[in-house]
Ligand binder design. Structure first.
Ligand code: ZN
Length: 246
């Protein structure tokens, strides 16, 4: 029975499984990267909002201060009705004038700050735009990655079935070859390599001693005549299972 043909088919399935398993492992990382990028633009928006809020807080503080002073002025003006002496009246007027200047100064500071508000608001708007733009892109990409992962897992399930059938075909032809392959494939990939006409292993590119080529050819003849080989012929350097071009 031909053991090489089913072995190469099994290796082909294993190759597909390896690729898909790697992809399945990468998908969560790619999702995490996308989400980290989104977290970055969200943090920038938060920062801009906090700046704007702090700025508005400063304006409110100045306005409150002005209001407080104006209230004091009001109280002093009401008290003037009960003032008896000219001197006291002079003092009250001066005090009120001083307070009014203070209130005006606070109001001017509030106005100056108010002029800067559009800049802070614009920063927030720009950051918000970035979040909106990224959010859509990231959501779409994450959805695509989830869909791809589902596809990969479905394909892996199918390939595992195919692998079971193909490994049985190898085992039916020569169980020792299958055992050897199963042990080797986790350490050497591909585990099955072509031995070219110069007796060079295609896996490690080392020239093989003559007996290796002779054994491969002998096995090929046994297979051709419908016989069963006694285990695989392997590379003396890398241990890969060798075969001639079919
Ligand atoms: Zn080799």
């Amino acid at each position: 029975m031909n053991v090489i043909q089913p072995l190469i088919e099994l290796q082909d399935t294993d190759g597909q499984i390896r690729d898909l398993e790697r992809e399945a492992r990468d998908i969560p990382q790619r999702k995490a990267q996308e989400q980290a990028r989104l977290a970055g633009v969200n943090a920038a928006l938060e920062f801009a909002k906090n700046h704007l809020e702090a700025h508005r807080g400063m304006i409110r503080k100045e306005e409150a201060e002005a209001e407080e002073i104006r209230a004091k002025v009001q109280t002093l003006k009401l008290a003037q009705t009960s003032i008896k002496s000219n001197k006291e009246m002079q003092q009250s007027i001066m005090q009120i004038e001083g307070l009014e200047r203070e209130a005006e100064t606070a109001e001017n500071r509030a106005l100056a700050l108010e002029e800067e508000t559009p800049t802070f608001e614009k920063n927030v708007a720009v950051a918000q735009e970035k979040v909106d733009a990224e959010q859509g892109g990231v959501d779409g990409l994450v959805a695509d990655l989830d869909a791809r992962l589902a596809e990969v897992n479905a394909e892996l399930a199918r390939l595992q079935q195919e692998r079971a059938e193909r490994s049985k075909a190898v085992s039916d032809a020569d169980p020792r070859t299958l055992l050897y392959y199963e042990r080797l494939r986790t350490r050497r990939w591909p585990a099955v390599a072509l031995l070219n006409s110069d007796d060079v292993c295609d896996g490690c590119h080392m020239k093989q001693p003559p007996f290796v080529g002779q054994s491969v050819d002998r096995n090929a003849k046994i297979i051709e005549s419908g016989g069963t080989v006694q285990g695989p012929v392997v590379c003396t350097m890398c241990g890969r299972i060798l075969y001639r071009d079919l």
